[in-house]
Design a binder for this molecule. Structure first.
Ligand code: EPZ
Length: 423
């Protein structure tokens, strides 16, 4: 993944989709496991690493600090032994909010780190107070100013407990990575337990940390002698869900390979309620053409609830369901912006407020010129374009490249008429 040139997608809809598509490795695990490798001397080999912009950004940040990376297809070899104790490049950090997960490993390894204050973003203000409170609980001194946050330890961290009043995925991961390097036990209460968090834990366990997950309580006994390892990242459940919804919305017969159906339980129970037929095996999901799709209500929640990252493709699917569906986003403040774009395509939607909407269906969609506001919204609009009559133009294709590798090439293989046009 080299260029970050502005591009748009042009889609001609209503081509039947079908055949087979493969799911690549999880974006939200790959980024954290690369960050956690800061604590491991020697060569780490990661398999199933997607070639996407967000992973590339994390690599670029660590390369600037002295990390060595080489990639062959989906295998990434990294050696962060000689990382310099300098702060991550603020310009690169600002480009990706997920770079906040570098605080845990850099603070554990070097005893201090400074990062720019991450700004708001299109899906909500996204503050970092849960990260700050957790590191303060662990004994860190934090100096915040208008531009950045400086974290440091004046004395070694002691055995500690971190209690999250509200769950945060990356704040939990930050603490887990930090604690994996501490000789004393750390306990986290009310931690996130998304499959991506569990995969990070599996990686750290194989590297030598002792970690137990007891519901939402996580106990970590770390070591400063984490060992190099070879690890395979889990399939991306959000990419898998995107393809499954694409198949259902387009009334295709699609076999989605290399996924873990256990990570899709909340989606598949909704599919059952909606009358969408499917078969699943150990590592595949076969979506069958289901002419009649029924309305349902979607309320997002932390895992194992319905994932916020699938809320937007699901919102699109609800435009094709018979009846009235209610959609409620409970994690982010402002993640329904894509509904305005779907309205431009003819969708019948009543937006109640920034977190709630009613969707009426089934409604045939027509092509339009629309904006991919963020990663998941962008993927949703691609599905919209594929099931719409006529031509759809999706601007800001690079938002989609953050999390979906070579999406147009893969979709063409299942029958999509989609082109990337550089602008
Ligand atoms: C992770 O973001 C994911 N990102 C998101 O994926 C995902 O949507 C989200 O978890 C929820 O599952 C990565 O893993 C890189 P949170 P994260 O902290 O950790 C508020 C995608 O499309 N909050 O669990 O940033 C926050 O504003 C994305 O791949 C605070 O108020 O999410 C949000 O409303 C986007 N203070 C809620 O908590 C904090 O200090 C949950 O956020 C932290 C979070």
């Amino acid at each position: 993944m080299k260029s970050q040139q502005t591009a748009k997608f042009i889609i001609h809809g209503l081509n039947p989709l079908g055949g087979e598509i493969e799911v690549y490795g999880s974006k939200n695990t790959a980024i954290k496991i690369i960050a956690a490798s800061v604590l491991i001397p020697g060569q780490v080999i990661l398999n199933n690493v997607p070639d996407i912009l967000d992973v590339q950004k994390m690599i670029s940040i660590l390369e600037k600090m002295g990390g060595i990376f080489s990639r062959q297809d989906h295998q990434l070899t990294l050696d962060l032994t000689d990382l310099r104790p300098i702060d991550p490049d603020p310009d690169l950090v600002r480009q990706m909010r997920a770079s906040i997960v570098l605080v845990g490993p850099l603070l554990a390894r070097f005893g201090k780190v400074s990062i720019p204050h991450p700004g708001g973003c299109l899906i909500g203000p996204r503050p970092i107070d849960r990260h700050l409170k957790a590191f303060r609980d662990l004994g860190a001194e934090i100096i915040e100013n208008q531009h950045n946050c400086q974290f440091k330890f004046s004395q070694s961290p002691q055995a500690k407990k971190v209690i999250f009043n509200k769950i945060s995925v990356t704040a939990s991961e930050n603490v887990i990575i930090f604690a994996a390097f501490q000789k004393q036990k750390t306990i986290i209460e009310n931690a996130a337990i998304e499959p991506e968090v569990i995969d990070l834990i599996e990686f750290l366990k194989l590297a030598g940390a002792k970690i137990q997950v007891l519901g939402r309580r996580i106990e970590i006994l770390g070591t400063q002698q984490l060992k190099p390892l070879n690890y395979k990242i889990i399939p991306d459940r959000i990419e898998a869900a995107t393809f499954a919804i694409m198949a259902a919305a387009s009334r295709g017969n699609l076999n989605i390979k290399h996924l873990n159906p256990d990570h899709l339980t909340s989606l598949l129970s909704k599919f059952q309620a909606m009358g969408i037929k499917f078969e699943k095996g150990k590592d595949f999901l076969y979506i069958k053409n289901s002419p009649k799709i029924l309305a349902t209500n979607i309320f997002t929640a932390e895992y194992p609830g319905f994932p916020t990252d699938i809320q937007s493709p699901m919102g699109l699917l609800l435009t094709q369901a018979e009846g009235k569906s209610r959609l409620k986003e409970n994690i982010f403040e402002n993640r329904l912006g894509y509904l305005l774009e779907l309205q431009k395509m003819g969708a019948k939607i009543k937006i109640i407020n920034s977190k709630e909407a009613i969707i009426f269906g089934p409604t045939p969609l027509h092509g339009a010129k629309i904006n991919s506001l963020d990663l998941r919204a962008g993927a949703t609009l691609i599905i919209g374009g594929l099931i719409a009559k006529g031509k759809t133009e999706i601007l800001q294709a690079e938002n989609i490249d953050r999390g979906y590798e070579k999406i147009e090439e893969r979709l063409k293989k299942i029958g999509a008429r989609i082109e990337r046009v550089l602008i």
